[in-house]
Design a protein around this ligand. Sequence first.
Ligand SMILES: [Zn+2]
Length: 195
Amino acid sequence: MSETIEIAPRSGTAFRLLAGQRLTVIDPRGVQVADLLAYNAEDVREVISSGRTFDYAETIRLTAGHLLYSNRSRPMLAIVEDTVGRHDFLLTPCSYDTFHHFYPELPPHRGCFGNLAEALAPYGVTEDMIPVAFNCFMNVPVDGATGKLEVLPPTSRAGDHLTLEARMDLIIGLTACSAPASNGGSFKPIHYRVA
Ligand SMILES: [Zn+2]
């Protein structure tokens, strides 16, 4: 078993994930979101794409058996294990601007966007290269008739996890999300393992 690494509440990190390696994202306490980004390690202009992924999966409800595609229509990650079955790939990482929009009364926080931008900067990723993230454990039900969406607390419980296998050499960005509504009103750590 490889080492388990903790991402502190409201922070983020970035690391390499080689083709064939498996990344397990763990919600150690439950009801906590982790935003995940992936870039081609050889060319960071190739990046994870919600639109390509939904198009090929023919669903917005992604779980074990689905592939996450790049903007160049190549598989980046395969979801191989999922104990939750409820994730979001519609919404962008929380940011200063989303905090200002939704929580003008709270102290501003740079959110997942700022945390990802800082963690990914050493790999040549700039803010404008940050797309919609795959939001592990984020619970965003969509009303099929009206299109109305909501952000509800995650259904993940302590120890729930998601395992993804890299299909190319990747740079991964990963956070413990900072937005109150996305995380049931409190901020917990995220754990991950690479094997
Ligand atoms: Zn966030």
